[in-house]
Design a protein around this ligand. Structure first.
Ligand code: ASP
Length: 347
C-alpha cells in the first residue's frame, strides 16, 4: 500500500514542478509597458514598398511614444491606450478612424472598445460613421453610462453629448481605401460570392490595438477598427465585443486581437486567453499561442493578438503572413516588427 502513495506523491511533485515551470516566475529586468498592433493580414514583404514600410514604422513609433508619455506622466493605463490608439486612428495608414475600410455599400462603419483591468469596467461602440476617434466614444461609454456597448446613431448621439468629436462621414475616405474598394467591387462583379469570401478571409489589415501597464501596475486594453472590407452594413466584429477582441484583467493580462473577427467572437478569444492563465495556470505566452494556433487556426480563422501582464511580460502571436506590431519598455526601448522576423530595435 505504501508504494502507490509514494508513487502518487512523486507524480504530484512533478505536476507542481511543471506547473511552476509554465508560470511566469520573475519580473523582466526592463519590463514592457505597452504593446501595440496595427492589424494582421496577408500582405507579403514584396508587396510592402520601403516607403510604406517606413511610414508604418514611423506611425507605430509615434503611437508607442504617445502611450509611453502617459505612463511616464503617471497617468492610468487607460490613458496610455487611448493616446496610442488616437495616433493610429488619425493616421490614414490604418484601418481605424481615418483610413477605415468600406462596407459593401461604400460606407464606413467603425467599432472600438476599451477595458480597464483594475475595475473590469468596459465601454464600446459599434457601427458608428461620424465619430472621429471611436476609442474616445468607447471610453465615454465606460465612464459616463451604465452600459458597455452602444451602437449606430445612439452611440453617436451619446458621444456628441459627452463632448466627443463628430465629423462628416466623408472625413474617413482615403484614396488608398477607395482603390481597394474599387478592386473589391470589380472582383465581386466578376467572381461573385467567391471573391467576396476571398476578400473577407484574406482581408486588408490595419485594425489597431494597444495594451498598457501603468506605474501602479494596472492594465488596460483597447481596440479600434473599420472592420473588414466589403462587410455587410450593420456587421459588428470582435473588436468591440468584450472578451472576444478586447479584454483586460490585472490578475491575468490585457489583450487586443486582430483578424477575421467572426472566429474571435465564436471562440471568445481574448477572455479565453485570460481564462487559460487564471484557471489552467498557463504562462502568458503559452496561453496566447494556444488561442491563435490551437483555437483560431483550428477553426479555420486567421489573425493575431497582443497581450501584456502586470509583470511586463508580453506575447504577440499571429498566423497570418504578418502583423504590424511593436512595444516599448519601461526604460523607453522600442521594438517594431511586421513579418516573422525581428526588425529595427531602437534605443
Ligand atoms: N477583427 C476585425 C474585425 O473583424 C478586423 C481586423 O482585425 O482586421 O472587425
Amino acid at each position: 500500500m505504501r508504494y502507490p502513495n509514494i508513487f502518487l506523491s512523486i507524480i504530484w511533485l512533478l505536476g507542481c514542478f511543471s506547473a511552476h515551470a509554465q508560470s511566469p516566475t520573475s519580473t523582466p529586468a526592463d519590463p514592457v509597458v505597452m504593446v501595440i498592433h496595427g492589424g494582421a493580414g496577408t500582405i507579403t514583404p514584396q508587396q510592402l514598398t520601403p516607403a510604406v514600410r517606413d511610414s508604418i514604422e514611423a506611425a507605430l513609433t509615434r503611437a508607442l511614444r504617445a502611450g509611453y508619455a502617459m505612463i511616464q506622466a503617471h497617468r492610468p493605463a487607460v490613458d496610455a491606450v487611448q493616446a496610442a490608439i488616437h495616433v493610429m486612428e488619425d493616421s490614414p495608414l490604418f484601418n481605424a478612424g481615418k483610413g477605415s475600410v468600406y462596407t459593401k455599400a461604400g460606407t464606413h462603419e467603425m467599432d472600438a472598445a476599451i477595458m480597464d483591468g483594475t475595475t473590469l469596467k468596459a465601454g464600446a461602440v459599434a457601427a458608428v460613421s461620424h465619430i472621429r476617434n471611436p476609442i474616445d466614444a468607447a471610453i465615454a461609454v465606460m465612464n459616463h453610462s451604465p452600459h458597455v456597448l452602444l451602437v449606430g446613431k445612439g452611440a453617436e448621439d451619446f458621444a456628441a453629448a459627452n463632448s466627443v468629436k463628430l465629423v462628416p462621414a466623408n472625413y474617413f475616405d482615403t484614396p488608398q481605401r477607395k482603390q481597394q474598394w474599387e478592386r473589391y467591387k470589380r472582383a465581386h462583379s466578376q467572381n461573385g460570392s467567391s471573391a467576396w469570401h476571398a476578400y473577407y478571409t484574406h482581408h486588408e489589415w490595419g485594425t489597431v490595438g494597444a495594451v498598457a501597464l501603468d506605474e501602479q501596475g494596472h492594465l488596460a486594453a483597447g481596440t479600434s477598427t473599420g472592420g473588414i472590407m466589403g462587410k455587410l452594413p450593420g456587421r459588428v466584429g470582435d473588436s468591440p465585443i468584450i472578451g472576444a477582441g478586447t479584454y483586460a484583467n490585472d490578475s491575468t493580462c490585457a489583450v487586443s486581437c486582430t483578424g477575421t473577427g467572426e472566429y474571435f467572437m465564436r471562440s471568445l478569444a481574448a477572455k479565453t486567453l485570460s481564462d487559460l492563465i487564471a484557471f489552467r495556470h498557463k504562462s502568458l505566452s503559452e496561453a496566447a499561442h494556444m488561442v491563435i494556433f490551437d483555437i483560431i487556426q483550428r477553426m479555420g480563422g486567421d489573425g493575431g493578438l497582443i497581450a501584456l501582464n502586470n509583470k511586463g511580460e508580453y506575447a504577440m502571436p499571429f498566423n497570418t503572413s504578418g502583423m504590424y506590431r511593436g512595444y516599448i519598455t519601461r526604460s523607453g526601448k522600442i521594438y517594431l516588427a511586421i513579418f516573422q522576423e525581428t526588425s529595427k530595435p531602437e534605443f
